[in-house]
Design a protein around this ligand. Structure first.
Ligand SMILES: Nc1ncnc2c1ncn2[C@@H]1O[C@H](COP(=O)(O)OP(=O)(O)OP(=O)(O)O)[C@@H](O)[C@H]1O
Length: 273
């Protein structure tokens, strides 16, 4: 447990012990080859098992940040560390990350089982060895009875749940979700929000969620990071201290409205700055 703690000194000299972040971005810049400064001086600590949202206007660099966290995108300056990273037998750090995109992007010719198995197949795992793991991932998203179904037989919300199972099948510590509900209707979005909270509680991973929706970010998150554009940067963050499980009562509460107003004010600032 001790290795999961960070010792630090506060500005008035007090010694404090904090949890170590899962991922730490320090002064990260991203400049695309056409000269666009997508991120400028990004500092962000992401903690184990937290639910954090990135919120901000179009073009503020949310997807760029997520791609850097995933390892799919390179950064131009600064540093990114995984302070709790374990090392595999070959000495490579284990940084298992799952990624869920706006579209479910399933293989239409493959069954639900085979779609979820894909990341394991890409790691040369055998189906026989991994059947239990795939079934566990399907159970986690409530699709146990659908292993043999094809994507065309599923609703939009179910396809998204298959996509989440596929991201979770490698048992990542960090699940990145880039506007996963943007293409879905309001009722499905609400239901999936509850599903994601349930999945997060059971999978015990960190979720980093990109959204344009103030309401969605407040309902889901423990922490909301608000970004501004040109250049993409963090302008503030807000802790949502409401307990889980969250439900309709929370959505209708004055506490929820007050949080939404506070985030909205921060977003106004982001649009003006
Ligand atoms: N491959 C690329 N080459 C050049 N510029 C890019 C590239 N990808 C993104 N950008 C630019 O970088 C900036 C940040 O883009 P990014 O997609 O990360 O923002 P975003 O906040 O996710 O936007 P949205 O909410 O619209 O998805 C934008 O100005 C965008 O035009």
């Amino acid at each position: 447990m001790l290795q999961n703690l960070d010792r630090a000194t506060t500005s008035d000299g007090e010694q404090v012990v904090r949890r170590k972040p899962l991922v730490r971005m320090q002064n990260v810049d991203k400049i695309y080859s056409n000269g666009t400064v997508a991120l400028k001086n990004l500092n962000l600590d992401v903690y184990p098992q937290e639910f954090i949202s990135l919120l901000g206007p179009s073009g503020c660099g949310k997807s760029t940040a997520l791609r850097i966290f995933s390892g799919l995108g390179a950064y131009s300056g600064g540093s990114m560390d995984w302070p709790q990273s374990m090392y595999d037998v070959s000495g490579k750090p284990e940084r298992e990350v799952g990624f869920v995109f706006q579209e479910a992007t399933l293989m239409p010719w493959a069954t639900v089982f085979d779609n979820v198995f894909l990341p394991l197949r890409l790691k040369d795992k055998s189906k026989a060895q991994m059947t239990e793991r795939v079934n566990e991932a399907l159970a986690l998203v409530g699709l146990s009875g659908f292993a043999k179904a094809y994507p065309r037989e599923l609703s939009g919300g179910m396809k998204m749940r298959v996509s989440i199972a596929r991201a979770l099948v490698t048992q990542p510590k960090l699940l990145l979700m880039d506007e996963p509900f943007a293409a879905l209707d309001e009722i499905t979005r609400t239901r999936l929000s509850n599903d994601v909270l349930d999945i997060w509680a059971r999978a015990k991973c960190t979720v980093m969620f990109v959204t344009h929706s103030i309401f969605e970010s407040v309902y889901l998150s423990q922490r909301i990071v608000v970004m501004a554009a040109r250049p993409g940067r963090i302008i503030g963050e807000l802790k949502i201290d409401a307990p889980y499980p969250r439900d309709k009562e929370f959505r209708l509460s004055s506490e929820y409205s007050a949080y939404c107003r506070a985030v909205s004010d921060m977003l106004d600032l982001a649009m003006r700055s």
